[in-house]
Design a protein around this ligand. Sequence first.
Ligand code: ZN
Length: 205
Amino acid sequence: MPALARELAALPDQHRLIWIDARARHDAIAAILTASERNSPDLRRHVARVDEAVSAALAALGLPRGLVVAVEIHEVIALWSGRKVPDCRLLFNGPALRHMLYQERNPDDILRSWVHESLHGRLPFHAEAATEARLHTGYEEGMVEGLARYVVRDMAGLRPLERSYRFYVAAFEALASLLGTPPRRSGAISGNIRRDRCGQSSQTQ
Ligand SMILES: [Zn+2]
């Protein structure tokens, strides 16, 4: 298993723990899911614990998240496990996360999903984002999922499932390799200007 990247090893204790300690990772996610199921007032605090660990890791690795106005757990039956929506909220699907944690026993994959949606959150979507995604299928997802695996698997040494967007990830990795672009800079070869009504991001490309 790859060693923890020095950028993540240097995180403050409360953030680093989520990345290095499998039990702490599992328990932090389980606390979110229990609080969500019970509609507990502690939900926000439990979500923040994981979210801040993800956000801090991305910043440390030079992939800072942009404007995210809220991170919410939705108790719905749906095909998605996570989504970034145009008003700059990150949504996670409670039943899907429970399946990943308790049936698949893979909290690492939940962190991969959290990183994936956070990378969509590097900038707000622009008004044509949905049309663009249809016209250029995989252009956004290949880059985002490839970087999510880079962060979670290569930098943190975790073992997420790698079942999403496999073809698009391979295409992006091939393109980055041909261009001699290091993984963390591969966002630079995508069209990553995405701005819309949810605010002014201070992020630059
Ligand atoms: Zn995505």
